[in-house]
Design a protein around this ligand. Structure first.
Ligand code: COI
Length: 359
């Protein structure tokens, strides 16, 4: 289906004010955003408008009870200048899986893709060219009903905002495997990309930062025994040449970069296991010298190296980052596919086509 998306352009772009050499993650936003409203059971008011503040009721349901979900994607420029997306259909499917868990309506896949192509096409000038930088794309959906009873909202807003970003973690991270706080329990919302998961991580992350670590390595909620994820990314280890990552069994976000990493590595002949990984296994591999790499994967993080893991009062420094082979390979494969320098063997790269919107 071809949707009618109304476009209102800014009078003057802010692009010339941007210093592309200094773009910390998530602090600069492009000129336009896509907006849609869910009213009376259908998505309507489809428009691209200047990036601007919203007007919300103080009794907006999302503000009180957290019916709010989002995605994280990136657009980059291929070497011939064409803007490209990576697996956009996976993101809308994951958005809709989150929506289902939070009792929110599906966003039509074809509308999502049309809006994305149109918006990213318009904002192509905002895509940084520098290696490690990209145009970050943040689709989000939240409740719009105005009332205080705990209830499923009947109206929603869906937005896509974009902005140029540099690396999320400019240097390798130090992780604390927490044995007091949890991210997600079986039956909860750990697999959904919902605001509350991130809110719940803030206090433990602050405590970890006060102790000199960058992020939490979450353990399972029942026994504090099995490794889960790092809140902003999925986690991988290389032990004796074998790549292992926790299986996604309901409490871990189904990362799209995680999925790509597994496919790329298997294609390259690596053995990759998705399974339960106990923190004790990591401690033992560290002690006997077989732990070769630890790194995280995510849209924002891409592939971010881990420098140290702390557990049970002991800091375990990882091997020197210079010796990391798997993380390095993944980063150059993913960035190379984005730029077109590495062959897209999996059909993941989607060049942006602007041909659909009505002005
Ligand atoms: C992403 O990787 O895009 C995320 O959404 C993680 C984080 C920035 C919240």
């Amino acid at each position: 289906m071809n949707y009618k998306i109304e476009i209102t352009k800014v009078n003057k772009s802010r692009l010339s004010e941007i210093d592309f050499d200094k773009i910390p993650f998530g602090q600069t936003f492009s000129d336009h955003m896509f907006s849609a409203d869910y009213i009376n059971g259908e998505w309507t008011n489809l428009k691209i408008i200047p990036f601007s503040n919203l007007s919300l009721s103080p009794v907006n349901l999302a503000l009180h009870y957290g019916q709010s979900i989002f995605e994280g994607m990136k657009a980059s420029k291929m070497t011939d200048g064409t803007p490209a997306l990576l697996r956009p259909e996976m993101h809308v499917r994951r958005l809709n899986a989150s929506a289902q868990r939070l009792c929110m309506p599906d966003f039509p896949e074809d509308l999502f893709l049309q809006a994305l192509h149109e918006l990213v096409g318009m904002e192509a000038g905002w895509i940084p060219q520098k290696e490690g930088s990209a145009l970050y794309i943040r689709p989000l959906m939240f409740a719009m009903d105005e009332k205080l009873g705990v209830a499923v909202s009947e109206s929603y807003k869906f937005l896509i905002v974009t902005g140029p970003v540099g690396p999320y973690y400019p240097k390798p991270v130090k992780l604390l495997a927490d044995t007091e706080y949890i991210r997600a329990a079986h039956g909860g919302v750990g697999e959904a990309k919902t605001a509350g998961n991130y809110a719940a991580s803030l206090y433990p992350a602050r405590l970890a930062m006060q102790k000199g670590y960058d992020q939490i390595l979450w353990l399972d909620a029942k026994e504090f025994k099995y490794v889960q994820e790092v809140g902003t990314m999925n986690i991988f280890f290389v032990i004796n040449g074998k790549v292992i990552t926790p299986a996604t069994t309901g409490t871990i976000l189904k990362g799209i970069t995680r999925d790509m990493s597994i496919q790329i590595l298997r294609d390259k002949g690596y053995e990759v296991e998705e399974r339960l990984i106990s923190i004790q296994e990591i401690v033992e591999a560290h002690m006997d010298g077989s732990l070769q790499e630890a790194f995280g994967t995510g849209t924002a993080a891409v592939v971010s190296n881990v420098e140290l893991i702390a557990y049970d009062g002991v800091d375990m420094p990882m091997p020197s980052i210079e010796t990391y082979k798997v993380a390095h390979l993944l980063k150059s494969e993913i960035n190379g596919m984005r730029s077109g320098e590495v062959e897209d063997r999996f059909g993941w790269v989607v060049p942006v086509k602007r041909e659909t919107a009505k002005v």
